[in-house]
Design a protein around this ligand. Sequence first.
Ligand SMILES: NC(=O)C1=CN([C@@H]2O[C@H](COP(=O)(O)OP(=O)(O)OC[C@H]3O[C@@H](n4cnc5c(N)ncnc54)[C@H](O)[C@@H]3O)[C@@H](O)[C@H]2O)C=CC1
Ligand SMILES: O=C(O)CCC(=O)C(=O)O
Length: 447
Amino acid sequence: MEAKIKAFMDEVIARNGHEPEFIQAVQEVAETVIPYIVQHDIYHGKNILLRMVEPERLISFRVAWVDDEGEIHVNRGYRIQMNSAIGPYKGGLRFHPTVNASVLKFLAFEQVFKNSLTTLPMGGGKGGSDFDPKGKSDDEVMRFCHAFMTELCRHIGPNTDVPAGDIGVGSREIGFLFGMYKKIRNEFTGVLTGKGRSWGGSLIRPEATGYGTVYFADSMLKTRNQSFEGKDVVISGSGNVAQFAAEKVLQLGGKVLTLSDSGGYIYDKDGIDTEKLAFVMDLKNNKRGRISEYVDKYPSAEFHKGETPWNVKCDVALPCATQNELDGDDAVVLIKNGCIAVAEGANMPSTPEAIHAFHDAQILFAPGKASNAGGVATSGLEMSQNSLRISWTREEVDERLKGIMADIHNACIEYGKEENGYCNYVKGANIAGFVKVADAMLAQGVI
Ligand SMILES: NC(=O)C1=CN([C@@H]2O[C@H](COP(=O)(O)OP(=O)(O)OC[C@H]3O[C@@H](n4cnc5c(N)ncnc54)[C@H](O)[C@@H]3O)[C@@H](O)[C@H]2O)C=CC1
Ligand SMILES: O=C(O)CCC(=O)C(=O)O
């Protein structure tokens, strides 16, 4: 088996060797899915995984825009249309200086499996730009978004490809993007998700990724007769996913000890309660400030410059910032400190070494493609509401989200439970996600 996986990875590396994040994401899937393919005749010998690692289409384009001083800037825009076997391409847009083809291909590849896990009819895609919204005025962000959409609009549509937000793309950016799409195409459709409530957005979409991550973690804890009640929880990030993960942890009786951004992390030993979280939401979403400002408001908290929060003792860890933010050494510290569960709110925040350490210690570990799937699942619900031209209540959407997260958990158990009873959620998520897409690809022939 090792030889088969190596031969496959050699071929992937030969074509994509300069794309480390993409190789990392493919390696993880290959290790779990190739053994399954070999044991199942219908998939064996069809090169399905080799077809799945090649994007159906990779679009790269120039985005030129003018800043407030009249200076002209050029950024690079992308859309990776990875796999449309089970539905239109679906996945977020990331605006961050680290964006490149490798990062977006890893995200698009993961998205294919994640979207399949939701059980909704969505293919996988991802896009974005190396544009950095940090420090830009609202007008500059608007001009950039408009320029970006003047090209992207040729490649997307409600039945073709439906982007949404990700790092650096929130409700402000989705508004600007939607406005330009509507103007150019002269149509009001559900071409983007994460829209505002009054123009086609779904209730619960802003909360969905964070809430879903905590629902998934709660299901994992229940397998060991545990819950969030009274648990110490360490969270990284302070953006959309982190904020609503923290909110749901508080609602379930847990204590949130940390939040972070790229400048460092804050540790509040008294816990970040609802009022303090409201301060963080205003700081991040309206004032667009830094997390270090938390200690000016709450001086009993500590700010740790340039560090990640994984050395803070906790029961549950929720990495909700970015890829590869939790490495093997961090994992060892978490385990030594008694952490019993890790659920990824971010995409691929744990390095392969960290995942191996969690598995070796047999603690509960949920990969992002399972635990953070609530965001895109609720985007799928937004698409359904747009098509039907109706809107469901908050309770209706939340109930559906809970149901979807429970189903994903069950699928992971079905495909990931090992002989000693331990659930390898990575294996479970990869195989469950693969089967649905592979079946559709087989039915549609070699295309
Ligand atoms: N927004 C969504 O619905 C979904 C987001 N995700 C993933 O969740 C993660 C966070 O995304 P959002 O909260 O939406 O973005 P956001 O832009 O709202 O927040 C990103 C957060 O990560 C922090 N961050 C970014 N780079 C960092 C670095 N190098 N070191 C430390 N912190 C860093 C930022 O300071 C911020 O707190 C990403 O991995 C994203 O792909 C996954 C599923 C859905
Ligand atoms: O809601 C969406 O389509 C975007 C979700 C996303 O980008 C993700 O799951 O990583």
